[in-house]
Design a protein around this ligand. Structure first.
Ligand code: MTE
Length: 325
């Protein structure tokens, strides 16, 4: 896994074509609908504005803009939208970073979410009905990948606690397990049989109801692009990015600690907790510093990614757990 280097064709955001000048967008959206061959042609027209395309094709587009929640302010500058939407980890579409075009195969409607396990009444709900029941807001968070790169993104979404309350878990539930879809036809990466599909993640109920745990449906004031995990993904900014599971189809309340995708693959490298700590190295990456995706500057990494005031207490009685990797 590599750190992004800006390539010759990647112009700085300040010089990128403003959205208002992107006059041919509708034609490109139609090209997407027509399939991968036309997509290659559309790519040749220039850099694609994925978030703008999502805005035109996603039924949740009318929900924007959501009111900003300034409590979780992040020091500027934000990472340019183009970097956030073209440098991605989404193994369902390949194990490299340039999966944004391939991810357009993801079909985000109809999309149902199953909520089950130790709750009062298991249910299956359509994404648009779920969103009607959730309090939407915009929050800017830092995101830190275990590969030692980071970004700052204005996400739109709702607190995961709202979904937990909606589910009405029983007192016996201790964990929340979240899974991505499985469909090899729309996610060719899932043909790689050596990965333990579906992508699975988990949190304790205390983590899931912490005020920082956030369900993302948008970024930069628009529906979240497919490559960033449409239509519903997690953001837990005090943990390494692999915890932020994308394109979620199920939430299961359980009393057993979920076995996560990366833990099942390589438990010695990726644990359940995965809290950010600059002093605990991953076997392949020092975690002392991170490369900011936008500026390419190296900056020191901070314990809990700087969110310790909100989350450190969650772990004070868990000294025997492998909290960091
Ligand atoms: N979710 C799924 N379903 N599949 C993935 O491969 N990659 C994870 C996480 N969620 C991943 C996923 C990793 S390693 C990171 S760093 C973030 O998504 C990347 O999110 P981004 O592409 O929006 O930056």
């Amino acid at each position: 896994m590599l750190i992004k280097r800006r390539r010759g064709w990647e112009i700085p955001e300040s010089e990128a074509t403003p959205e208002s000048l992107f006059r041919d967008r509708r034609r490109i959206v139609k090209a997407f609908a027509a399939g991968p061959i036309l997509l290659a042609g559309a790519k040749a027209l220039g850099a694609l504005d994925f978030a703008a395309m999502a805005q035109e094709t996603d039924p949740s587009a009318k929900l924007y803009p959501a009111a900003p929640n300034m409590k979780y302010k992040v020091k500027l500058p934000l990472t340019p939208e183009k970097d956030v939407t073209t440098y991605n980890n989404f193994y369902e579409y390949g194990s490299h970073k340039q999966i944004s075009s391939a991810a357009q195969q993801l079909q985000i409607r109809p999309w149902t979410v199953k909520i089950d396990g130790m709750i009062e009444k298991p249910m299956t709900v359509g994404i648009d009905d779920l969103l009607k029941a959730m309090p939407l807001e915009e929050r800017t968070y830092r995101h830190r990948c275990v590969e030692a790169w980071s970004m700052k993104v204005p996400w739109t979404g709702f607190p995961l606690k709202s979904l937990v309350d909606y589910a009405k878990p029983l007192g016996s539930a201790k964990y929340l397990e979240m899974k991505t879809f499985v469909d090899v036809k729309m996610a060719p990466g899932q043909r790689s049989f050596w990965y333990p599909w579906p992508y699975t993640e988990g949190l304790t109920i205390e983590e899931a109801t912490n005020e920082l745990a956030f369900m993302v449906i948008g970024l930069y004031g628009k529906p979240v692009p497919k490559q960033n995990g449409a239509p519903l993904r997690l953001a837990v900014p005090w943990k390494y990015g692999f915890k932020s599971v994308k394109s979620i189809v199920s939430f299961t309340f359980t009393d057993k600690r979920p076995k996560t995708f990366w833990e099942a693959l390589q438990a010695s490298e990726y644990g359940f907790w995965a809290n950010i700590n600059p002093e605990v190295s991953h076997p392949r990456w020092s975690q002392a510093q991170e490369t900011d995706l936008g500026t390419q500057e190296k900056i020191p990494t901070v314990l809990f990614n700087g969110y310790g005031e909100y989350v450190a207490d969650l772990y004070k009685d868990l000294k025997n757990e492998k909290l960091w990797a």
